[in-house]
Design a protein around this ligand. Sequence first.
Ligand code: HEM
Length: 194
Amino acid sequence: MLCAGATWDKHTGRNLHAMAQRPRTSHRNAWQLHIMDDVTLARALHVLGVVIWIGGVAMATMVVLPAVRRGDLGPDRMRGFQAIEHRFIWIARTAVVVVGLTGLYMIIRLGIWDRFQMAATYWWMYAMVVVWLIFAFVLFIGEPFILHRFFPRWVREQPDAAFATLHRVHWVLLGLSVITIFGAVAGAHGWNPF
Ligand code: HEM
């Protein structure tokens, strides 16, 4: 279903562009313009964070892990993997924080909490929060407290199985992220197949 709103729509905020082009200004217009400015900035930072973070996950899944598994980065696969992972993890953590804060900011400023009561239409809002929660857990708790403790030993004992499992988990996370991005862009721009 395609729906283009010509008046103010608190669900998308899209019509505020039209408000910006009106010559007449009132208190209400000025207020809505202000909302649009900061929501647009939040949206730009949100998408930038998503691109850097999920782009990195895609790179790790489709390029780095296959190379590590084949031993292309050297015979010490753990070392090859960690050299890349150590550098990316802080980038990913920063992006996750930016995406979470900007997402929350947009919800508050657009007043769209009620979307969470319309799961069929706004499933992608749930998807964003779920993907965010999974990655926040993996990056801030799973990586330092679980992966660092158990993964090196697992790699020493069963390297093939350990990296194959890690790779599989990356594919699942990437798949969920791609579906979420597709749904979020389509949904935020008014397309809803249900
Ligand atoms: C706590 C986590 C998150 C919150 C609260 C949140 C919230 C939001 C909100 C309110 C919007 C604007 C929706 C609209 O304009 O109708 C949005 C857009 C979007 N979000 Fe999130 N989000 C979160 C996490 C994520 C994650 C993890 C991803 C990617 C995997 C993501 C990808 C996107 C994309 C691609 C858009 C569409 C931007 C556009 O085309 O205008 N978000 N998000």
